[in-house]
Design a protein around this ligand. Structure first.
Ligand code: SAM
Length: 243
């Protein structure tokens, strides 16, 4: 079999991918591939759906309003990230988008907006955030797309907390993140980042009593929430993740 040359274009699709599978394109996808990227019948792109790895997909029909791709062969298997959740209090729109994009690039398995006492931006469009996570995966070569969960109140999140998951709770604590993580076991973890106003005293007290919540410092300077999310994921990935 002639090995198809993989093009640089990567496309996320919803449909199953596999030997002999055809993938019908939506209007926007056809516009992108044939209008913007100027691909024609016979071109090969990389397809992924977050479940079946990455596949070479050949354009077999190209039109203005649609088209069809055919799966040819798998170019990469599915690569799951570590089981790390990023829990963050939503902030301004562009900065929230940034957090989701960076979390997907850096290898979060799940991203959940959390409503805390001082969260002042409660309107979160999960569909928009999910689209950002997909775009980030397309761009960074990921074969997995983290799910963006519905916003949840911190109280509810803690009440339903799975007992086998540890939490790195980012706050002005005395103990540095690296120090806490170096003595910890890899496995199921979550990172919790507060809003612009930080956590309330009641939340700190509640979190302080939970055996799975480890308060960690990200250094002596107060970071913006979006910087803190990237910094916390970096430290976690370096010590317990897949870097
Ligand atoms: N005025 C708030 C305060 O003093 O808590 C600042 C909150 S900060 C802008 C937003 C979030 O980023 C915090 O709730 C925390 O989760 C995280 N963060 C920022 N700097 C941090 C640091 N040096 N150590 C640990 N977490 C930090």
């Amino acid at each position: 079999m002639v090995r198809l040359m993989a093009s640089k274009v990567r496309l996320y699709v919803d449909q199953p991918l596999g030997e002999g599978q055809t993938v019908p394109l939506a209007k926007e996808q056809a516009h992108y591939l044939f209008g913007v990227m100027r691909l024609q019948t016979g071109a090969v792109i990389s397809l992924f759906n977050g479940r079946d790895g990455e596949w070479d997909g050949e354009v077999i029909e190209a039109g203005k309003r649609g088209g069809v791709l055919a799966c040819r062969e798998q170019s990469r298997p599915l690569q799951m990230p570590p089981d790390l959740w990023l829990l963050f209090a939503p902030i301004k729109k562009a900065r929230t988008d940034f957090i989701v994009e960076k979390a997907a690039e850096m290898g979060a398995a799940r991203i959940v907006p959390v409503l805390t006492d001082f969260t002042n931006s409660e309107r979160v469009r999960v569909d928009r955030l999910q689209a950002h996570a997909i775009e980030a995966a397309e761009q960074c070569g990921g074969t997995y797309v983290p799910e963006v969960g519905e916003p949840v109140k911190l109280e509810r999140l803690l009440a339903d907390w799975p007992e086998d998951r540890q939490m790195m709770f980012c706050d002005e604590a005395l103990v540095g993140a690296g120090e806490v993580l170096r003595g910890a076991m890899a496995g199921k973890w979550a990172i919790l980042i507060g809003p612009e106003g930080g956590f309330s005293e009641a939340e700190r007290a509640r979190l302080g009593k939970l055996p799975f919540a480890h308060a960690v410092s990200l250094g002596p300077r107060i970071l913006r929430a979006d910087t803190a999310a990237v910094a916390a994921m970096t430290v976690w990935q370096q010590v317990l993740g897949d870097w």
